[in-house]
Design a protein. Structure first.
Length: 137
């Protein structure tokens, strides 16, 4: 039997900033050891260009990502669901790990503020991956 990869779903309202940065870090830092999804309860048409810029500063390109709508299936398929300001919109299923990360919305923020949000997200994702990958070993 092959062990399955843990899966994480990052959810914010527009799926254009916070959840995209978190997914970018999770993919980059897990080196393929974690299945990563992101979605939004009311997705925008494109990724926040400032979020793209601050991620590129760290060598992570999220420019080709597209915001996706949150589905019940995405939640069902995930081991861990991280919400970032979408509140009660996210469906709850038994047996899933849920965390709500209180993060400032990068929309309309200046470059320095978005860098601070990015760095906070990176720390949180690193901690999450450390927990997930230790459990998976």
């Amino acid at each position: 039997m092959t062990p399955t990869k843990p899966s994480v779903l990052f959810v914010c309202v527009h799926n254009a900033g916070r959840s995209q940065m978190a997914a970018g870090f999770a993919q980059f830092l897990s080196d393929g050891k974690v299945e990563v999804l992101s979605a939004g309860s009311a997705p925008k048409d494109s990724i926040n260009p400032v979020a793209v810029e601050v991620m590129l500063e760290l060598g992570i390109d999220i420019s080709q990502n597209t915001p996706k709508v949150l589905t019940a299936d995405a939640v069902k398929e995930s081991d861990v669901v991280i919400t970032m300001g979408c509140g009660d919109v996210c469906p709850i299923y038994p047996g899933k790990r849920y965390e709500d990360w209180e993060l400032k919305d990068p929309a309309g923020q200046d470059l320095q503020t978005v860098r601070e949000i990015r760095d906070d997200i990176k720390d949180r994702v690193s901690q999450l991956l450390s927990e997930l990958l230790n459990l998976a070993d």
